[in-house]
Design a protein around this ligand. Structure first.
Ligand code: UDP
Ligand code: MG
Length: 321
């Protein structure tokens, strides 16, 4: 029997956490009773610097029952870093960890399927959404568009997979080797390799509270994903530059021919247009190059991606079943 940890990043989740904890405990106890998982399996909640009572709730849960484990980050580091902190803690104790959102959007009913796939020898099991019925049209359109853009840019992603996944201990050891600061886990995990499987699930609506991923965060997350995994935007600049060079050569020949034919007209309009256009393109290119340089800057500093303030963990087995 394998020790399985559930890892939940939590940011201001006081409204959902008690119910989430209750449902997950029920599932875990059931799996323990049926001897599918070891009795020292845990539900680990990572408090990502919440401003509400999330950490107090986690502390109370831990006091009531040793199945609940808490990891308190020193401040808000964002979903991806909080998840990484949870996984890196989990791998010290568990044979595998399943990451899921604290708001019960990921169908907890398929946890057993993840474990079955793990038992079959898969090191990574991806949770893939079977449909996007519960999303608004806008979210569906942007999210699916994002996966297509990533694919065209040559980034290896699992379509419609977010961060609901199981990872074995050695897959998490592999993840630890990726030292990047701009974390985009769903881009990194496929690079780890090993045997993988897919489990389909329905994504529900957030059960209470509101999304901690507003559009602005989502866009910056998407751009992070692209610029962390693809250098194609840079190559596109080179292509655009080459094209501009060819066009300007043609224009040079054209204007020389016109000049020698004595037909020079004062070309104010075309001049203004080209100045603006070239200026615009240059600015755009500089912006994109700046983005990469910014990344190099933050990667070379090798700052810690998270700092753990305290860990609540007891080496007790679940005996009251
Ligand atoms: N989250 C986090 N830190 C943050 C933002 C979000 O740990 O800075 C957690 C949040 O508590 C939840 C998960 O990440 O468990 C997904 O966030 P949310 O449900 O708000 O995003 P959505 O499902 O709307 O994309
Ligand atoms: Mg959510």
């Amino acid at each position: 029997m394998k020790t399985i940890w559930l890892v939940l990043p939590c940011y201001n989740e006081e409204q959902v956490l008690p119910e989430t904890a209750r449902q997950l405990r029920e599932i875990m106890i059931d799996l323990m009773q049926r001897e599918k998982i070891a009795k020292d399996s845990k539900i680990a909640m990572v408090n990502d610097g919440s401003k509400d009572h999330t950490w107090e709730i986690i502390q109370k849960l831990h006091e009531q029952d040793g199945i609940y484990t808490g990891i308190n980050l020193s401040r808000n580091r964002g979903h991806q870093n909080a998840l990484l902190a949870g996984l890196m803690t989990a791998k010290k104790y568990a044979d595998a960890a399943i990451s899921l959102d604290a708001d019960l959007q990921d169908d907890v009913g398929v946890i057993e399927k993840f474990i079955d796939e793990f038992e079959k020898g898969n090191d990574i099991v991806y949770g893939v959404r079977s449909s996007r019925k519960t999303d608004t049209f806008f979210k569906r359109f942007t999210a699916e568009g994002f996966y297509h853009v990533m694919k065209t840019l040559g980034v290896d992603l699992v379509f419609n997979h977010a961060d609901y996944r199981l990872m074995s201990k050695r897959a998490m050891d592999g993840l630890e080797e990726f030292e990047e600061v701009n974390l985009f886990l769903r881009g990194i995990v496929p690079q780890i390799g090993y045997h993988t499987a897919i489990v389909e699930y329905e994504r529900h609506e957030r059960f209470a509270g509101e999304s901690k991923y507003p559009l602005k965060k989502m866009l910056s997350f998407a751009f992070d994903g692209i610029s962390s995994f693809s250098v194609k935007p840079m190559r596109m600049i080179i292509h655009a530059g080459a094209l501009m060079f060819l066009i300007s050569m043609a224009m040079l020949i054209y204007s020389l021919v016109r000049k020698f034919m004595g037909e020079t007209i004062v070309g104010w309009t075309s001049l203004m247009v080209s100045i603006w256009m070239v200026g615009g393109i240059q600015l755009l290119c500089l912006g994109i190059i700046g983005e990469y340089i910014g990344k190099i800057y933050s990667e070379t500093k090798k700052r810690p991606r998270y700092i753990i303030e305290s860990i609540l963990y007891e080496e007790t087995e679940q005996n009251e079943i």
